[in-house]
Design a binder for this molecule. Structure first.
Ligand code: SF4
Length: 357
């Protein structure tokens, strides 16, 4: 059994490993060796790190664990989507999802246990924020699914659209992004990584200055402040005009395009007036809209998904207004697809308020 005093090496990025090496009077290149074993080759047993001196390997085993977490539950849907519940090395569990569509593999990963943002249509919101994940716990989800699905030779996409608001856990998420994009780490192109935010304006400004930036997606879901205040409390702090202005700055500074994610709620945000206002919000921005018909959780959340005809009509109306738009149909509908559902059902995280209101 490992001593509880051992600290986890998994998740340390290059600068942290360099500091670790220096503190042990090791040459700087040791950091690169350990980095390549953990993230590039995904070998987590220090006894296998054969280019390290034996004494150092023994010391690592004595002082550290190298752990990503454990796949605690695995639900496979009929469309090939797999939803995982991951027990974290720290405490608690999160959800991660493997999706494949037209040969394109996407992993949806979590950045927090629970979430503090309180969006009204979200199951994860019911936990409140339990804690931020470490960079290692974030990377560990990708590493575990990569192993489980045998993705070592195959490029995949990562979307931070699981549990939590990634920009609320900014430092750990950006550290993970750097390791995911490092050619000696996971080696993914930055264009394969998308961070989805409710619109934390100071963090969007900060992200614009990052040398390694993921793609940005903004979870919009409403076309008036009144509507958005009710659905997403964050809007009271950063109303639509402020958010839109920060996105204009972001696009201007970075030259990047971004997406508006728009969860469609029948009778709430899918009217013809919403279409007109949505087109106006998109106007002049390098943005594409992803329409996401709501994933119903009967008995838990009061919202409904619009009919397929309505979803197509909204898409066509936006395209008719020259707004780049696509529909993202829910994947894994028969695998508790609503984010947070699996973790809540595991009984490890009690809802902070009663499910029925
Ligand atoms: S939708 Fe995202 S940001 Fe909003 S409460 Fe859920 S996890 Fe948090």
């Amino acid at each position: 059994m490992d001593s509880p005093a051992k600290t986890n090496l998994y998740g340390l990025d290059r600068p942290a490993l360099e500091a670790w090496s220096e503190a042990r009077e090791q040459p700087r290149f040791r950091a690169g060796q350990i980095y390549r074993w953990m993230y590039g080759r995904q070998r987590l047993d220090p006894n296998e790190w054969t280019d390290l001196p034996g004494a150092l390997r023994e010391r690592i085993v004595a002082e550290h664990v190298v752990e990503t977490g454990q796949l605690a539950e695995r639900l496979e849907a009929s469309d090939g989507t797999i939803k995982y519940r991951v027990e974290l090395p720290g405490s608690g569990s999160v959800e991660s999802v493997y999706m494949v569509q037209d040969e394109r593999v996407t992993l949806c990963i979590s950045s927090q246990v629970g979430c503090a943002l309180g969006c009204d249509f979200c199951m994860t919101a019911r936990m409140g924020l339990v804690r931020h994940l470490t960079a290692g716990e974030i990377l560990g989800q990708a590493a575990m699914i990569r192993d489980d699905r045998g993705l070592h030779e195959r490029p995949f996409n990562i979307v931070f659209m699981g549990m939590g608001e990634p920009l609320h856990n900014y430092d750990a998420v950006l550290s993970a992004v750097r390791t995911l994009t490092d050619p000696e780490g996971f080696g993914l192109s930055r264009k394969r990584i998308t961070v989805s935010t409710v619109g934390l304006v100071p963090a969007i400004d900060k992200l614009a200055a990052e040398p390694v930036r993921p793609r940005l997606a903004v979870s919009l879901n409403a076309t008036t402040d009144e509507q958005r205040d009710a659905l997403m409390p964050v809007n009271r702090r950063y109303p639509l005009a402020v958010l839109r202005e920060s996105l204009r700055r972001y696009a201007q500074h970075t030259g990047d395009t971004f997406t508006f994610e728009y969860v469609m709620l029948a009778g709430v945000n899918d009217s013809d007036d919403d279409v007109r206002r949505l087109a106006r919000l998109a106007h002049g921005l390098p943005v594409k809209i992803n329409l996401i018909p709501f994933n119903e959780v009967p008995g838990e959340l009061p919202y409904r998904s619009p009919s397929r005809d309505r979803v197509f009509a909204v898409r066509d109306a936006l395209l008719g207004r020259n707004v780049r738009t696509s529909i993202r149909w829910s994947r894994g509908a028969d695998a508790r697809a609503a984010c947070g559902q699996l973790a809540l059902e595991s009984g490890k995280h009690k809802p902070k308020r009663e499910a029925s209101s």
